[in-house]
Design a binder for this molecule. Sequence first.
Ligand code: SF4
Length: 259
Amino acid sequence: ALSAASEENSEPLPSAAPRVPPPVSPADLRTLAESAAALLEDADAADVIAWARREFGSGLVVASSMADTHLVHLAQRVVPGIDVLFLDTGYHFAETIGTRDAVATVYDVNVVTMTPHQTVAEQALTYGPHLYQRDPDRCCALRKVEPLERGLAPYRAWITGMRREDAPTRAGMRVVEYDKARNKITVAPLARWTQQDVDAYVTRHQVLVNPLLYDGYTSVGCAPCTRRPSPGADPRSGRWVGSSKTECGLRQQPGGSER
Ligand code: SF4
């Protein structure tokens, strides 16, 4: 039935979509998340997205770092014209911005780019230069978390490309989670995917890929805070090297998104 649903729901979304979802009680959303997580634990990723489309309609968005273009590709196959949220921190590699532009041009998506309130130069005037070195939590809060909150506001649910094998902190994530802090639903259709699954999907569908992923990077974030990990190391070990920081704060407990 889930597979059939994904076929039925492949028509474009209506253009006159409501932009602010009506209130839903936290208890109702939590109950929905828990029942869906059990129902969809073994479902195909496309079927998970189809479920989310049925449940949330235009109140559904993909959050993409542009290191997870396989997720964007899959989402637009199931939901043509789906909104894709991209956080332009002002510190991205040129390759990441180029990937964003290519995705917006080639795929059937509506890329919504969110920017921080301050440019990098304005932030340096307010907080001093290189805040990412002195206080990366503050820098991420200003340049990632706040824009994400603003970007997510019109939506009831968001789709993330996070996978359980990304990091120990993600090992217990469920396919559908209630994001208590935001009172939203987090959908992680790729939670069970391995890197081999990602590679196979990319090859099969000739997905546009951020070139950095072919240049030794296994996790891509802002340029000042991303290094190539050592061979065989945790794929996210190249992030915030020299700091105890492992997540930028987008993933709350539970829920979130970033590769
Ligand atoms: Fe700032 Fe680094 Fe966080 Fe990017 S990843 S917002 S540069 S601390």
